[in-house]
Design a protein around this ligand. Structure first.
Ligand code: ZN
Ligand code: ZN
Length: 219
């Protein structure tokens, strides 16, 4: 099974991946909107903001027209700016990882299974920070849904949440009670249980344990 720090890092990478996807979709829509506005800008300005001057100044004054066009700066695509900023931070995080040239978040995610736990923990912190920035702008919370009817492997309460970003076989489960791991002897079944870390399991393992099946992740 997977060390909890690596599980948290994987979950954070998938969550950020989902948020970046939404930023990109919004950026594309915004780019189309800005392009449309740029085409319309001169006539819109003439007919609204400066409409009252047409009677005296006339449409044919080339100086006035040039001024109107230049005075209308293109709106910044804020979605694209944020997406680019996050990608730059990720590239910085990934600078020592293999496969340079590929998307930095893909490279980070690919490296997580081999990361030392403390590196995975630091990676989680960085990814969660970027994810929170993205989701604040998107006005959306974490991608989570309740895992109904299943008791927490640690505390026994039925308040488990599935973290649903990314592909289903990479989904993880956390306990909404927020009870932290007590480390060795905690009884949570997490390998390499670390005192003070939020409990986390692969979804397939939690469901498999309920069904009496063997854990599916053995790394
Ligand atoms: Zn619990
Ligand atoms: Zn524990």
């Amino acid at each position: 099974m997977t060390h909890p720090h690596r599980l948290h890092a994987t979950a954070a990478a998938l969550s950020l991946g989902a948020a970046r996807g939404r930023l990109t979709r919004n950026a594309e829509a915004e780019a189309a909107q800005i392009a449309a506005e740029a085409l319309e800008a001169p006539s819109v300005l003439r007919s609204t903001v400066y409409g009252g001057r047409h009677a005296s100044g006339g449409h044919s004054d080339p100086t006035a027209t040039a001024y109107l066009v230049a005075d209308r700066p293109f709106r910044v695509n804020q979605w694209q700016a944020l997406a680019d900023d996050i990608t730059a931070h990720l590239a910085n995080l990934a600078q020592h990882l293999p496969a340079a040239g590929r998307d930095p978040l893909d490279r980070i995610r690919a490296a997580i299974p081999a990361m030392r736990p403390e590196i995975a923990h630091a990676t989680t912190t960085a990814l969660v920070h970027l994810d929170e920035i993205a989701r604040r702008k998107l006005r959306t919370g974490p991608d989570r849904s309740p895992l109904r009817g299943v008791a927490c492997p640690h505390c026994g309460e039925r308040q488990l949440m599935v973290q649903t970003a990314g592909p289903i076989d990479a989904w993880t489960v956390v306990c909404a009670t927020g009870r932290l791991c007590a480390g060795t002897g905690c009884g949570c079944g997490m390998p390499g249980a670390v005192e003070g870390v939020a409990h986390i399991w692969w979804r397939a393992d939690v469901i498999g344990a309920v069904a009496g099946a063997a854990p599916t992740h053995t790394e």
